[in-house]
Design a protein around this ligand. Sequence first.
Ligand code: ADQ
Length: 483
Amino acid sequence: MSKTIIISNRLPLQISIENDHLEVTPSVGGLATGLKSFHKDGDSVWIGWPGLTEEEIPEKLKGEVQKKAKDENCVAVNLSSDEIDGFYYGFSNRTVWPLFHYFMEYTEADDTYWKFYKQVNQKYADEILKYYEEGDVIWVHDYQLLLVPNMVREKAPEAVIGFFNHIPFPSYEVFRTLPWRDEVLEGVLGADLIGFHTYDYERHFLSSVSRILRYQVDFNEITLPDRIVKVDSFPMGIDYKKFEQAALDHFKNTEDQQSELQRRLNHHLESTPDAKLILSIDRLDYTKGIALRIRAFEYFLDKYPEFIEKVRLVMLAVPSRSNVPQYRRLKREVDELVGRINGKFSTVSWTPIWYFYRSMPFENLIDLYTSCGIALLTPIRDGMNLVAKEYIATRTNHTGVLILSEMAGAAHEMNEALIINPNNFEQVAQALCTAFGMPEEEQIQRNKMLQKRLRRYSVEKWANDFMKALHATRENRDAFKSI
Ligand code: ADQ
């Protein structure tokens, strides 16, 4: 029977060593969270890195890693610490990530990183080829593996290969600055179907292919000498029912079943009349606009002091990529900003910002989503932003206001949110005022529309739509051959 082979940089599980034993925990992040339900329900194998380098795994536990992965229908790719440095922290996160998010000043062009990127992409491709059997469908994910589709195609010309890019694809004028732009485009074009979150990313990609490689592009099809490649947008959804159910269960908790965090949140809400909590959740990443958001919040408090002691910004920043200098600098900047603003506005009974720098268990995430009447998500660039969708899914009584950056892919599908330009502090401050004063009926009306759409376009539908379109390319290929 044919199977689906999913490939991403990281496996949906994280293996760590605790007292000479291997511990397996689910990994955090948009992709892992999104595809997990698809993987769990289908006949698929997932290939990726388990989170420990070859050097970190003691010899006697090496076989055990693969066994633990196999229990979850996964295959662990072995990577050395040099490979992780060059491929992951290097080319993926110091070259592709900043460039694709329009941070050109952070983009490094380093031959050694590129060499590691090619070497590790080849490792992933070789791993796929070990498991690939005729009739299988291969689904490659994200910017760390842009070369994999063509590397697999070279050895298995008949394979059906899909590629999905989870981050933005930049405009041609930005993409063209990459020294290895031809190789990167040729790498992705090994796929039969290439998916993006939005039509804009799709358009940028097609324009780069036509202007750099000079292939013929008709609407959303690229004609190569021997094949046609289809490009389309598939906005990723969330596991809606999981978030909705978690919120419903959360409200059933008796007082002594509540978490300490929930009690603290309740305390703020109950101690001040008209109090509201403003939620902000992201990985600590410069693309997410966290520092800008804090400054906009300061602008808001300066301009509208009547909100002092009434609002609190609850900020969860999940540690991320701390081996890359810009992330360490951002951490310092955010620490300083939070300290300065808390120092400036705090009263004896109130601090304006509650800042958590850690990963939280799922239950606490639900505590935050359900307790905060406003969500303020202001990325400078974001492929999609699943947090925005999760927030709406947990608002089971339909109240709550989402303020969302127009630079997030999710803004295209969430028109009923208050859509803002994160660089415009006045607009952010106005949106906060509007959110504060928005009548409940209006909140309910907006959220019901958002919820209806999110429920329908779930992650399951996203994966199925992509798969259906991928299978259809097989038929197109036969038609192409018969011309
Ligand atoms: P990310 O940049 O990681 O994803 P996002 O889409 O917001 O951003 O997804 C984050 C995920 O991590 C959410 O599902 C959230 O629930 C989870 N999460 C966040 N904090 C957590 C915590 N403390 N504990 C547990 N889970 C937590 C990348 C792209 C995005 C794109 C996704 C999916 O950068 O633009 O939306 O992939 O394609």
